[in-house]
Structures are given as C-alpha cells and as structure tokens.
Design a binder for this molecule. Sequence first.
Ligand code: ADP
Length: 278
Amino acid sequence: MARPTGISPMNKLERALRVPPGSRIKLANIDPANTHGVLKAEAAERLTKNLERLSELQYRLYAESRRALLVVLQGIDAGGKDGTVRHVMSGLNPQGVSVTSFKVPEGAEKRHDYLWRVHQAVPEWGQIGIFNRSHYEDVLVVRVHNLVPKAVWSKRYRQINDFERMLSENGVVILKFLLYISKEEQAERFRLRLEDKTRTWKFSPADPKERVYWDQYIEAYEEALRKCATRWAPWYVIPANKKWFRNLAVSQVIVDALERMNLKYPKPAAELSAVKIK
Ligand code: ADP
C-alpha cells in the first residue's frame, strides 16, 4: 500500500530526534521549544494522517503476531507522558495495546531484581506496549536520591542494554522517548495544575520539591542517553514544551518504525479458492 502523502518528508525529523549511539548529548544544547521547522498550522493535519497510518500498521502488527512494539516514555514531572499516551495512542485498537505505569516498587516487585516487573510488562507478539516510566527510573530517581549505592546503579546501564538487546533479538522493537521540557515550562504546568480544578488531582506537593534536583536529573538523563542509546533500542529526545509538536514527533517516530518493520499479513491457513459459504 502506498504511503499517505505527508509522511515521507518527515523522515528527516526522525533522524534529527534520534540520539546517535555513544554520543554525549548535552541537554542544555537542545531547545525544548524547538519545532524543527514544523508549523503549528500544519501539525494537526499531519498528526491526523499519522494516527490513521498508525491504526493501519497496528492492525498489520496484530495480524502478523510475530513481533511487538515497545514504546518507553520518560520525562521529568509534568513532561507530558500522560498527554502523549492520550493523544498519540487515541487511534489504536484497545485490544492490541497495553499501558503500564511504573511507580515506586512495592510488594513482590521489591523482592525481585529491578527488571523483573519490567519483563512481565513487555508486550506480547502483535501488541503495542507503552511504558509510562520504565526501568530507566532505576538509573534516574534511584541515582538522584541514592536509593541504592553507586556500585549497584552504575552496572545497570550495561544490564539494561543487555536486556533490551535480548528483547530486540527476540522480536520486540523498542523506541525510547525523553519528553524534554524546560524548567520554566514545568513551573508553568505546575501552576496550571494548581489553578485548574480538573487538574489539581494531578498535583503532588512532592513535585515542586523535586525541582531542587533538576540538575541532577539532567545529568542522570544525559548518562542514560549516552550509555543506552543503542542500535537495537534507540533514544529520541523530543522537545516537548509545545504539546502539538511533541505529539506529532512521537507519532512520526512510531509510524516510521512500524513502516520499517515491513509488516506482512500471514498467509491464509489453507487454500481458500475452493471454500464455499452456503
Ligand atoms: P507519574 O508522576 O508517573 O504520573 P506518580 O505521581 O504516581 O506517577 O509517580 C510515580 C513515582 O514512582 C515517581 O516519583 C517515580 O520516580 C517513582 N518510581 C518509578 N519507578 C521507580 C523505581 N524503580 N524506584 C523508585 N521510584 C520509582
């Protein structure tokens, strides 16, 4: 099937957002309000096209049922993880998608290695799995707050790469997104949450306190990007101050990845030409 018009010129965007393996990304050099030349006026139409295509590709992934897509969403508080799930995954068939939100480990999670709960949430063949936070918390919040000694968390980059490589070699296509907003934008979003009655539930008094650790989080993210941007599980830094651009960019990267998978409908189970429906 021909690609819908409007998608191919955006391949450049996918490349611009992808973190090259081994590169030392300085987040301070990335403008969180950058829209990579995309105009707001054209973004809505492009997003609609992407969501339509996403829905078609999801159907093929489901029909094929030999591989899975794992989308990892990370970001500093109020970075827009929930909004991305709502806007980008809205066109998907709920039968083929799962969202897992990773919180502070509890119960059995605490009695296993940190990847135990993560592996269980990996999507099955034919499915799209979305991680709202992920195993990267184990080298982010855990590192910033010294929840385990450095000797423990510093080994996790390699462990995560090995784990992701194993998944990838077994048919799980992995895309990792850092939704990157500025400190000012975060303050603005917290303020909005306080003012808007429909959003106060999202506000936790702990959130503004976490702002004290902003620089440490940035450092932790930079190290995760440097050590865990791999060929088999790429990281994308999404300038996310502008929600319309964030949604378009994430949808674009996902569509491009699914296109590259060259998904095929399985052959019918038997010769169908002789089948008569009476
Ligand atoms: P969210 O902010 O994602 O909407 P919550 O307000 O419930 O949801 O926050 C979840 C919290 O769980 C975050 O503060 C996050 O840092 C924390 N968390 C997630 N995974 C881990 C982990 N492995 N170790 C410690 N804390 C974690």
